[in-house]
Design a protein around this ligand. Structure first.
Ligand SMILES: [Mn+2]
Length: 319
């Protein structure tokens, strides 16, 4: 897929990604936005995203993102859905549906392609890596490279998850050649935490429990605790990964309350447990080692439901 060919002749282009944007969503959206603004100054380009977490605002032009989903364009000539299928575009889905040409670039295995033109590679590290593949390398600059790099870094856990391939590293190598402070970027978007983020992390670790003879670690944060520390869901990023760093664990479950008897559940695995399959059973999805879903019930009900499947994988029943 070539972006330059797709926008050839277009006057208006819209871009959006999934609700509750993560680093890859912001990175891929901003990279494409910056690329089009830089190389096609005549083109009207709008990028629509929900509120962007503060740490991702290190990327250029994030203040130009349209958060209220209001536009005077009835039907975009081209509309890009990045890092999701059209069903997860939230308020931008109507723009996608109305667009003259719909383009979908994604790396989620559950996405079969929801555009007229689709570039879906489930083995790719990130949507950002796929966007990079579609761009003309001679038309990039440091700001665009930095946005793509951020998407790759966040979706690979800094080149650590199994979705990191030799191709990913080659793309990353090319990107740092454009010249930006990649060490500072990684610290800022990945390792640095606000004071309250560190507090809630500490609280989640303190209250975690080892189950299944230490093979699985579980932690739950209630709405009340979130309110006490005045944290939002994005402040909880990284907790589940830290839980999985506990020696001897194969699987980590982190959940936080989003409503009455309703929890957002994050699952991580070192490999023996396929957490994507488990999340899918409960209407969620993701990757074999990192997945999530929303579940209803008391925290004990939810843990019991999950542990049945985790245990099955640990005993190798499914393999
Ligand atoms: Mn992604």
């Amino acid at each position: 897929m070539r972006i330059d060919e797709l926008v050839s002749g277009a006057k208006t282009v819209g871009i959006s990604g999934h609700i509750r944007p993560d680093g890859d969503c912001v990175g891929s959206n901003m990279a494409l936005y910056l690329y089009l603004k830089k190389n096609y100054p005549e083109l009207r380009v709008d990028v629509f995203l929900e509120q962007i977490p503060e740490s991702y605002k290190i990327i250029a032009a994030t203040e130009e993102v349209n958060h209220d989903y209001k536009t005077d364009v009835d039907s975009y000539d081209v509309f890009f859905a990045l890092d999701c299928g059209k069903d997860r575009l939230g308020d931008a889905e109507k723009f996608f549906d109305a667009a003259k040409k719909k383009v979908n670039i994604d790396h989620h295995i559950s996405n079969e392609g929801t555009g007229d033109e689709n570039y879906i590679v489930s083995t790719a590290s990130s949507a950002s890596e796929l966007v990079y593949n579609c761009l003309d390398k001679d038309k990039l600059d440091a700001d665009i490279a930095k946005a793509i790099y951020m998407g790759i870094v966040t979706d690979t856990g800094v080149f650590k998850y199994s979705n990191t391939s030799p191709d990913t590293m080659k793309v990353a190598a090319d990107l740092i050649g454009y010249g930006f402070e990649f060490g500072e970027l990684i610290d800022h978007v990945f390792y640095e935490k606000s004071y309250v983020q560190n507090q809630i992390l500490g609280r989640a670790l303190l209250e975690s429990m080892l189950i299944m003879d230490g093979a699985c670690i579980v932690s739950v944060v209630s709405r009340q605790t979130m309110d006490f520390y005045m944290v939002s869901s994005s402040d909880l990023d990284g907790i589940v990964s830290q839980l999985l760093l506990t020696t001897g664990t194969e699987c980590a479950v982190f959940m936080y309350e989003i409503g009455s008897l309703e929890y957002k559940v994050s699952l991580r695995s070192k490999g023996k447990v396929n957490v994507a399959k488990i999340a899918e059973l409960f209407g969620g999805g993701g990757h074999a080692r990192a997945a999530g879903c929303t579940m209803n019930g008391t925290q004990h009900d939810i843990i019991n439901s999950l542990t049945e499947y985790i245990e099955r994988d640990l005993k190798g029943v499914n393999s």
